[in-house]
Write a protein that binds this ligand. Structure first.
Ligand SMILES: [Zn+2]
Length: 142
């Protein structure tokens, strides 16, 4: 594991604080006492994780090229954290969809359109083929 760039982590925090979705995500992490840990681990496969047992979000700097990306990952993981504390297991394509949808809102400042949400759903199904679907996001039967 490599050393974490302190400036990178500090800048990530500033970006979250300056964005309404980012600030709300960070506030939810703080209200549940969730730790946010930055690592720089080329062996780690994911950009970020939320570990409910440790109540900890880990951000892997090795897979991020900018603090904006890292902030978006924290918004993603905070979505899982919030769902978990609302009693919803975070292990379906649907909960991944929710996390990426929230990233889109964070990045663009507006809710994704139906087309964009369908793209997010398709991407999630390709990224996580082994997860159970969970709820279908677009209403009605699949
Ligand atoms: Zn996720």
């Amino acid at each position: 594991m490599n050393v974490v760039d302190r400036n990178f982590a500090t800048r990530t925090g500033e970006i979250l604080a300056d964005n309404p979705v980012g600030a709300a995500s960070y506030a939810r992490l703080q209200s549940q006492g969730t730790n946010v840990v930055f690592v720089n681990d080329p062996e780690m496969a994911s950009m970020g994780t939320f570990d409910p047992n440790a109540n900890e979000v880990t951000v892997n700097m090795a897979l991020h090229s900018s603090p904006d990306e890292a902030a978006s990952t924290i918004v993603h993981e905070a979505t899982h954290q919030n769902g978990f504390f609302n009693g919803i297991p975070q292990n379906t394509q649907y909960t991944e969809y929710q996390a990426f949808r929230n990233e889109s809102l964070f990045q663009n400042g507006v809710r994704p359109t139906l087309d964009e949400r369908m793209n997010i759903w398709n991407d999630v199904q390709q990224l996580y083929p082994d997860l159970p679907q969970g709820k279908y996001p677009f209403g009605g039967q699949q």
